[in-house]
Structures are given as C-alpha cells and as structure tokens.
Design a protein around this ligand. Structure first.
Ligand code: 11C
Length: 350
C-alpha cells in the first residue's frame, strides 16, 4: 500500500520547497496531509497538482500517518515529533532537536542510508544545511581515502535564517541599492539598511562572520553543528574539525571552502574523477575558462557542486575544494524527502 505522509511546517520556507520537491519527484505517497500552526490552518496549498487544505497541528492529525516530516523550529519538533512517533508515525525531523541524540540516526542517504532502520525512538534526524552542503562529496572522498581532518569556512545564504532572513536581505538591498555612494565610509551601510532582522550586522553590501547562537570559547552553534554532525554522519567520532561560519548576501545556496586531510595521498585529478562519478555530486572545475560553481547558478538544483579542486601545495594528503549546495533543497527539504522515501519503501515492500 502507499503510505500516508504528513508535512508539519508546510507553510514555512523549507515547507514551501518541500511541496515543490514532492510534486517533482516520483510519487511514492498515498495521502499527503499538510500541517502548520493554527495561524496558517485553513490555507489552501498545491502539492502534486492538487489543492490541499492546511490542518492545525494537533495530536489527532497524526492518526493513520506513516511518515511525518517536521520543518519547524527546534522547540516545536522537540514537543511534537515524539507525539507523532507515539501515534505510530516515523518522524523525519529537520530541526536541531534530536540530531545528537544517540537513539536518533542522522541520515544522508548517499552516505549512511543503512542508519534509517536504527531508530528506537521512531525519529530520524536530517542534518543542518551547512553540513549537508558538503557532506555528500566529503563522504565520497572519505570512503576512498580515509578522512582525518576538516577545516571548513562557510559562505551561508540568508534563507538559512528562514523567511525572515530572505525578507531582511531583500529589504536591505532595496533600501541600500539605489545609493551609489555606499560602502566607502564606515557605518554608511549600517545607517542605510535599517532593520538587521535575524543577522547581527548588515548583510547587504557586507559579510557577517556569525551564524547561530553563542557557545563556549567563542564558537557559534552553527560551527559546532558542522563538527558534531560531520562526525556522526561519517561515523568518525574523533574526526578533527574546525569550522568558521560566515553569512553572505546571497538569498539561497550555501557555499563552503574545505581543506580536507586524508590517510592517503590524493591528487586533484584523482579527486575530480572520484567526485565526478559520485552519486549526488557534480564537478564543475575549469577555472581558466571561468568554470566553477557559484550560488547564483546552483540555486534551485539538487546536487552538491564541487569546483576549485586542488591538492594542497604543502601536503599531498590534503585537498582544497569549493562546494555549493542549495540549502533549502539538498540542505533541507530534499534530504528530508529522500529519507522519507527510504522509509516509504518499508511500507510498499511490506
Ligand atoms: C543557517 N544552517 O544557515 C542554518 C539554519 O540547525 O537546521 C539551519 C539551522 C539548523 O542559518
């Protein structure tokens, strides 16, 4: 039989992309229920070419549901994913609430799909979009060469901070955009852009070396997520990871610069060849001809794009790479949909 799916958070930035993705992918679902806060209940959204009325989040909406996806803030998932699981659904959660719970697998199907069945709480977690924007490619390199160290710098898009992030960057660009004198005097951008929204400094005409909330010793929550989640997904609890997360004035698609060290020597050509045949990865790497991934070109696509692949000049066991991934697609909705599809096969094959 075809399983029933519920999408909790159907009206948010990730939920909206999820409806598109479910419309585009092979249809493995029977009924699809759309669920959101009482404020959004009654709205009509289109999925798979049909109008569906959004229901208010309540325990009963999970009755008869086989898989429940959660695209909501951590505190909502924390409360409601266990309720969905108690009512018999497998919860696939895109928040940070359960990612590091040892009884909850953290899954990227191209890397560790086998972990999906290892779910004693009935909950499966989807990684943070920054980790997801690199981990498919890094996982492929790790399988061949044995990863030992990762040094990551992120260039994160505004939509990582949700619809409020998108609206803030658009408003700031509109306010500052017409002024051709901006960017030459300290404070002039800050004075021009108005509201900072979810960002701690202006994002238009700027870069902001911060994402997430403060943690010990100057690290941000986002930087710790990159470290902890990479270790868990790759099954490398002692992997050495240093990340610096930076927000850039891009609407959607995170970029990352990665310096990765392996147990074996690996040349740029070998890495290009390996990544070129890895599932979910596209290599675009001919910089002399202006060929490399950029967020403006990658947005709206599914794969992890990799370019600027170089063997480190000072260490034949290290590579330097530039990666881009759409943070709302593979970084969030697509990976959640892929996990849910792995679970759906359990019902269709039963
Ligand atoms: C950002 N990666 O770009 C974050 C948003 O843990 O799922 C996602 C937060 C999370 O701001």
């Amino acid at each position: 039989r075809l399983p029933t799916l519920a999408i909790v958070g159907a009206t948010g930035a990730v939920g909206t992309v999820m409806l598109d993705i479910l419309t585009q992918r092979e249809n493995v679902w029977g009924e699809i229920r759309l669920v959101a806060s009482p404020r959004s209940a009654g709205k009509v959204l289109r999925v798979r070419g049909e109008d569906v009325v959004v229901q208010a989040l309540a325990p009963e909406v999970f009755d008869g549901v086989d898989v429940a996806m959660f695209d909501v803030p951590d505190e909502v998932s924390k409360e409601w994913a266990p309720i969905a699981a108690a009512r018999g659904a497998v919860a696939v959660d895109n928040s940070g609430a359960f990612r590091m719970d040892p009884e909850v697998p953290l899954v990227v199907p191209e890397v560790n799909a086998d972990q999906v069945r290892n779910r004693p709480r009935g909950i499966i977690s989807n990684p943070n979009c920054t980790t997801l924007s690199m981990i498919v490619a890094i996982g492929a390199l790790h399988r061949a060469h044995g990863l030992t160290d990762l040094v990551v710098s992120s260039y994160q898009a505004a939509s990582g901070a949700g619809q409020e992030g998108i609206d803030t960057l658009r408003d700031q660009m509109a306010k500052a955009g017409a002024d051709r004198s901006l960017g030459e005097k300290s404070g002039d951008v800050r004075a021009a852009v108005g509201e900072l929204g979810p960002f701690p400094a202006p994002l238009a005409y700027n870069v902001v070396p911060w994402a997430g909330s403060p943690k010990d010793d100057g690290w941000s929550s986002e930087e710790l997520k990159v470290r902890n989640e990479s270790r868990k997904i790759l099954g490398l609890p002692d992997l050495r990871v240093s990340a610096t997360c930076v927000r850039v004035p891009v609407i959607t698609t995170h970029s990352l610069v990665v310096h990765a060290t392996f147990a074996d020597e690996v040349t740029g050509d070998a890495a290009r060849q390996l990544l070129g045949s890895a599932e979910g990865v596209v290599v675009q790497d001919d910089p002399a001809n202006g060929e490399f991934p950029t967020p403006a070109d990658v947005v709206g696509t599914d794969p992890t794009w990799v370019g600027r692949i170089r063997q480190s000049l000072d260490d034949p066991k290290s590579l330097d790479l530039f990666l881009c991934g759409d943070n709302l697609r593979k970084g969030a909705a697509l990976n959640t949909a892929q996990i849910a599809e792995v679970v759906a096969r359990e019902f269709t094959q039963a």
